[in-house]
Design a protein around this ligand. Structure first.
Ligand code: ADP
Ligand code: MG
Length: 240
């Protein structure tokens, strides 16, 4: 796998299916999802709780495997990879941002970012990543000394510092008030525009959809509707 993309698509899924458990207790989290996401796109996956959004994100991000169907990253079939190849895929190509920032409390902002840059093949400098999220002056602060929005921006800096091909964000503003949520979304749109990173955000907050190139409406384990935004709003412009 290289960073060069032989096709212009980041992801293609066909009949992607995920069933948790067996028999009468089986949960059909994904019911045959066909999806193409072009490289560099800013995608928002919108849908109610339990509709399968996180399951889809985790499979595309190499954290989980489908029960059936296929998922390609560029020309690589993710379902064909061994566990160690999948780990390498995550390490080389994938950044993750979760609702709860998962920072190490005993490390300051810079050290939290360096956890990732130290094991990456082509990282940016930790200070540069913190500057990108507007926190270069807070590099020596610990998570307990920062607001929720600031901690989430450190988590984004950490995810972006390895220069991932794709940035996955699962409910990144779910724990934030509107002002800090807006600041976090601004960082995500900046990363997409300045670095060309494909950004895929899962949310149940409909307002976020206005930022996206494409909005994928999810319900009951499948795609209900795909909407292309001819004009995108900025993080400052969206209603909250
Ligand atoms: P969403 O992110 O849209 O809220 P999820 O992808 O987390 O939805 O979950 C989809 C469905 O799969 C839900 O019914 C959820 O309870 C179920 N599910 C998710 N993860 C697991 C798991 N590890 N074991 C069993 N069921 C799960
Ligand atoms: Mg979820």
């Amino acid at each position: 796998m290289t960073n060069k993309s032989p096709t212009s698509d980041a992801f293609t899924t066909k009949g992607l299916t995920k069933v948790y458990g067996e028999g009468p207790a089986a949960v059909h989290a994904l019911r045959g999802v066909d999806l193409t996401i072009p490289s560099g796109e800013f995608v928002v996956l919108l849908g109610p709780s339990g509709s399968g959004k996180s399951t889809l994100l985790n499979i595309l991000g190499g954290l989980d495997r489908p029960t059936d169907g296929s998922a390609h990253f560029q020309d690589t079939e993710l379902t064909a990879l061994t566990d160690s190849e999948l780990t390498r895929y995550r390490r080389d190509h994938v950044g993750f941002v979760f609702q709860f920032y998962n920072l190490m409390p005993s490390l300051n902002a810079r050290e939290n970012v360096e956890l990732v840059t130290e094991i990456s093949t082509d990282p940016m400098d930790a200070g540069q990543a913190l500057a990108l999220v507007g926190l270069d002056e807070r590099a020596h602060h610990f998570p307990s000394e920062m607001s929720g929005g600031e901690q989430q921006r450190v988590a984004i800096a950490r995810a972006v510092a390895k220069q991932p091909t794709v940035l996955f964000c699962d409910e990144p503003t779910g724990a934030l008030d509107s002002a800090t949520g807006r600041a976090v979304l601004k960082v995500l749109t900046d990363v997409n525009e300045k670095l060309g990173t494909t950004v895929i955000i899962v949310t149940h907050a409909a307002s976020t959809a206005a930022l996206a190139d494409r909005v994928i409406h999810f319900a009951d384990g499948g795609i209900r509707e795909v909407i292309t935004n001819d004009t995108k709003l900025t993080a400052e412009e969206i209603e909250w």
